[in-house]
Design a binder for this molecule. Sequence first.
Ligand SMILES: Cc1ncc(C[n+]2csc(CCOP(=O)(O)OP(=O)(O)O)c2C)c(N)n1
Ligand SMILES: [Mg+2]
Length: 217
Amino acid sequence: MTYVKPKFRHPELPKNKLGYTIDYYEGSLSTLCAGCGHDSISASIVQACYEMNIEPHRLAKLSGIGCSSKTPAYFLNNSHGFNSVHGRMPSVATGANMANRDLIYFGVSGDGDTASIGMGQFVHAIRRNLNMIYIVMNNGCYGLTKGQDSATADAGSKNKSGNINPFESIDLAGLSLELGATYVAQSFSGDKNQLIPLIKAAMKHPGFALINVISPV
Ligand SMILES: Cc1ncc(C[n+]2csc(CCOP(=O)(O)OP(=O)(O)O)c2C)c(N)n1
Ligand SMILES: [Mg+2]
């Protein structure tokens, strides 16, 4: 579910080189839990696109399923978008890339969406150096389905039900390097000063660009 944001803004909001104010890059009102790191990542995406003077119609948002994959509803309302199925965003991105090579493909995924059900698709998108930005909003759990451990949960950590995770976590940045990814970054949802430049650099990078963003609630 999405809610429309009130349109009222300060009349003297600064404009970027294209003449757009930042609200042109925003989305609907978020329905995620208050304080969720995913919302801060969305805000960094908005800021990066505004500062980079991106024409919104040149960008396509792609996602799978999860709280993280809901976030494209909360940024870049004037861009193209496709909310696909759980773990299947890379194949949709591959098809879109084949149909139109001129768009910026901006993929958003979760740690469950990427490191569990979507692992097969993820590794092959990297191996083929698919031209896209791939952001993992990594909270170490299946947030949308009430917080079960994901494959990136720290070994020994306690989940929402109080169970201790007995398994070692998968390091998505390390795995991407092993697979030969040419742009690999890791950041934290709460550090916009670091994350915004990383998003900008990923958008300039030709080929697959991964940003693994630690996004605790
Ligand atoms: C094929 C399929 N299997 C399982 C589910 C149930 N499901 C929905 S979201 C989700 C996990 C999401 O976790 P993550 O990708 O980490 O996103 P988060 O909510 O933590 O941001 C699961 C298992 C589903 N929607 N589709
Ligand atoms: Mg998650």
